[in-house]
Ligand binder design. Sequence first.
Ligand code: INI
Length: 163
Amino acid sequence: MMATFEGTFTDAADLRVAIVVARFNDLVTSKLLSGCFDCLQRHGLDTSSNSKQLDVAWVPGSFELPLVSQALARTRKYDVIITLGAVIRGDTPHFDVVIAEASKGIASVSRETGVPVVFGVLTTDTMQQALERAGIKSNLGWSYALQALEMGSLIKGISVDDQ
Ligand code: INI
């Protein structure tokens, strides 16, 4: 019989989530974090300070997101990990190095550990564009949390018996 696998957005009560957030450009990343919390809480996840479902790790910048995501994924305590960062183009090639390492690293943590890791790193030309995506116009933190609910529940629903 054909199996159809789909994530759900409706119930986060059973999910365990870790968020790794970069302090660099924290004017932006702290707003993304608020958006994440808001979405998770509205979907039934306990976001209180004594929550057993949610942990948050702060790292210096987006370059460090993969390493800490990997450490958290290896604990096997989380169904899904959300990374949050803001890489804003400056006058040097540093931007390209940071975003390349963050994106490749996050993708490989996901594949190597089997724990979905949401890529929540904004890449923009200006701080204004980043702020627009972190609350002034919309808050992509909310969308990243929604994608985490979908991927966490989707992977959780695929057991070895299905393969
Ligand atoms: N880190 C960011 O998260 N965003 C940036 O825009 C950024 N820029 O442009 O430099 C940035 N750099 C810091 C980097 O992520 C590391 O923390 C640092 O190089 C130490 O390893």
